[in-house]
Design a protein around this ligand. Structure first.
Ligand SMILES: Nc1ncnc2c1ncn2[C@@H]1O[C@H](COP(=O)(O)OP(=O)(O)OP(=O)(O)O)[C@@H](O)[C@H]1O
Length: 225
């Protein structure tokens, strides 16, 4: 479960500080999916970075399964992030010199060694995202949509309770984007995880259970279509 209370965030800029998030609150239950939409510069990525404990808020609290990552020291926070949060980025951030399966195993390697159980999980996720025959390929040998599937498999390796996706279908054609959306939602449902996706795509936003517009630093729930 994700609970965000009264979040505030400003950036220092020449002259006045830039207030990006203002008294922002949000609660999502396990299994819930939400899209965050809003104009460019409205603070969507900033919010996602704070939800992922990659950036710190100036005010407010974030609780993920009753833990506030900002109560933890840096090392504990990194471990918590690794075990609780899965990130899917638009530009997928795969390591080009590592194979598909090695990329999927990165979260396990980051906290020690990949066990046989991790390797089995990685293989089953690679199958689940439709890349069974590609596990020894390098990212450079894959299409953009296939690379995004690898990024999704990697995000799911540690069975996160919170999945954060930043424009996961950003540079993809409509058919490929629809396939990526299906895979993401299927794996999220399998794990009963919370999914928060930031997007400019109305199609992707419509695939989520709930949609929020980020405006003037706060989230406003959009009425169901
Ligand atoms: N590190 C930073 N320092 C100063 N200002 C920043 C920083 N990061 C973001 N900003 C500013 O904060 C505002 C919100 O940025 P953010 O990237 O969160 O918006 P966004 O809604 O994700 O935009 P987009 O849809 O274009 O990706 C913008 O005005 C941006 O210029």
């Amino acid at each position: 479960m994700l609970v965000v209370e009264n979040l505030g965030k400003s950036y220092e800029s020449i002259g006045q500080p830039l207030r990006v998030l203002e008294d922002l609150s949000l609660t999502l239950q396990p299994g819930q999916s939400a899209a965050i939409v809003g104009p460019s510069g409205s603070g969507k990525t900033t919010l996602l970075q704070i939800l992922g404990a990659l950036d710190t808020p100036d005010q407010g609290r974030v609780r993920i399964n009753d833990t506030d990552p900002f109560d933890l020291d840096q090392k504990q926070r990194a471990i918590f992030r690794n075990q609780t949060i899965g990130f899917v980025f638009q530009d997928h951030h795969l390591l080009p010199q590592l194979s598909v399966i090695e990329n999927v195993l990165i979260p396990a390697l980051a906290v020690g060694a990949a066990t046989d159980a991790h390797a089995e999980r990685a293989q089953s996720l690679i199958e689940a995202v439709g890349l069974k025959d590609r596990s020894t390929h390098l990212p450079g040998e894959l299409s953009g949509g296939e690379r995004e599937r690898v990024a999704i498999a990697r995000a799911l390796l540690m069975r996160p309770t919170l999945i954060l996706a930043d424009e996961p279908t950003g540079n993809l054609d409509a058919k490929t984007a629809a396939g990526i959306t299906d895979v993401l939602l299927r794996l999220q449902a399998d794990e009963n995880a919370v999914l928060v996706t930031v997007t400019h795509s109305e199609t992707l936003a419509d695939a989520m259970q709930t949609q929020f517009e980020l405006a003037q630093g706060r989230l406003v729930e959009r009425a169901a279509a």
